[in-house]
Ligand binder design. Structure first.
Ligand SMILES: NC(=O)C1=CN([C@@H]2O[C@H](COP(=O)(O)OP(=O)(O)OC[C@H]3O[C@@H](n4cnc5c(N)ncnc54)[C@H](O)[C@@H]3O)[C@@H](O)[C@H]2O)C=CC1
Ligand SMILES: O=C([O-])CC(=O)C(=O)O
Length: 353
């Protein structure tokens, strides 16, 4: 479909009131001169109408590095798109609804952010989401392999420890796998760690930086408190309190929401912080470093979260963990055991098909 046809179709989403006003009473979007995409990056959000997707879309619309923002979901994208497109920031917003529009949503994208899938309810683990979310991630990644195989992918859907291996296997099967361009989003663990550590130290969280490594579930979330910046010391009681609070941060929100889902607002904030870092890397900025769950040789496991340097090619460098204390070494062993099983579960989901 040529861009004008696509804009015309999109105008129908944006202006459902057109028929009420009469066909000739409104300048259609098709006639407007703004086309978007002159400079800046093209970003798609898959699962854009969800609890994370909506605030994430809103925050990406404000990001000056974004010139085109595609919002895809299986429900409600016309409304979300109409709403967000009225914000007076430069990114051009387009909505796509349902599987038949996935290809158009993805074509030409530089960055694809995936918060599609079901969230936890109290009493569930992230792994309990596997049966539903594995299939959703598989389908969406097949679409990416077909329509934008060179895009950087930020995968949010849980269980991240398994969905990232699933995505890698899908891309391998399609012959498009670039390990540097597939990043599991663990930024919320870092955001929480910065917040909770700042509370304990009495500092501004914006001045605190805590590396969080391993994965994104329970004991696989391993904050390295010995490497906190600014350099700080903690009592054993503080270390145990902080480690547990960071590991259980997601569950704290799930319980507080009492059946209405999991973290959405702090996650949208974290996702935008991470996506912005990816875009600055793609632009060629030097020294962009964040934690992410990526293909890795830092441990014997094929995937692991640690600090990565983001560049034009995605995660261009994966950093070693640095010196760990005894408490962190013990935590690492526990994390690796659970991670190994979750990674294998993801790989088997595709290889058994
Ligand atoms: N990585 C992380 O740190 C975090 C991950 N999550 C995960 O993010 C996911 C989404 O969470 P919420 O936004 O709260 O859920 P939600 O249920 O509010 O939204 C999910 C959206 O995905 C859409 N969706 C379902 N199947 C789809 C498909 N095949 N294609 C496109 N869209 C589809 C739904 O229609 C819905 O709009 C969950 O799996 C959750 O566990 C949540 C918080 C933090
Ligand atoms: O806990 C959940 O299910 C959602 C999530 O991943 C988080 O908030 O860290």
């Amino acid at each position: 479909m040529d861009p004008n046809q696509r804009l015309a179709r999109f105008a129908a989403h944006l202006h459902p009131q057109k028929s009420v006003l009469g066909e000739n009473s409104m300048l259609s979007l098709q006639d407007c001169r703004a086309k978007g995409g002159a400079s800046g990056f093209k970003v798609a959000i898959l699962g854009a109408a969800g609890g994370i997707g909506q605030p994430l879309a809103m925050l990406m619309k404000i990001n000056p590095l974004v010139s085109v923002l595609h919002l895809y979901d299986v429900v409600n994208t016309p409304g979300v798109t109409a709403d967000i497109s009225h914000m007076d920031t430069s990114a051009v917003v387009r909505g796509f609804l349902g599987a038949q529009e996935l290809e158009n949503a993805l074509t030409g994208m530089d960055l694809v952010i995936i918060p599609a899938g079901v969230p936890r309810k109290p009493g569930m683990t992230r792994d309990d989401l596997f049966n539903i979310n594995a299939g959703i991630v598989k389908t969406l990644c097949e679409g990416i392999a077909k329509s934008c195989p060179n895009a950087v992918v930020n995968l949010i859907s849980n269980p991240v420890n398994s969905t990232v291996p699933i995505a890698a296997e899908v891309f391998k099967k399609a012959g498009t796998y670039d390990p540097k361009k597939l990043l599991g989003v663990t930024m919320l663990d870092v955001v929480r760690a910065n917040t909770f550590v700042a509370e304990v130290l009495g500092l501004d969280p914006q001045q605190v930086s805590v590396p969080v490594v391993g994965g994104h579930a329970g004991v696989t979330i391993l904050p390295l408190l010995s490497q906190v910046k600014p350099s700080s010391s903690f009592t054993q009681e503080e270390i145990e309190y902080l480690t547990k609070r960071i590991q259980d941060g997601g569950t704290e929100v799930v319980q507080a929401k009492a059946g209405a889902g999991s973290a959405t607002l702090s996650m949208a904030y974290a996702a935008v912080k991470f996506a912005d870092a990816c875009l600055r890397g793609l632009r060629g900025d030097a020294g962009v470093v964040e934690c992410a769950f990526v293909s890795s040789q830092v441990t014997e496991l094929p995937f692991f979260a640690s600090k990565v340097r983001l560049g034009r090619g995605g995660a261009e460098e994966v950093y070693q963990l640095g010196p760990l204390n005894e408490y962190e070494r013990a935590g690492l062993e526990k994390a690796k055991k659970e991670l190994s099983e979750s990674i294998q579960k993801g790989v088997s989901f595709i290889s058994s098909k």
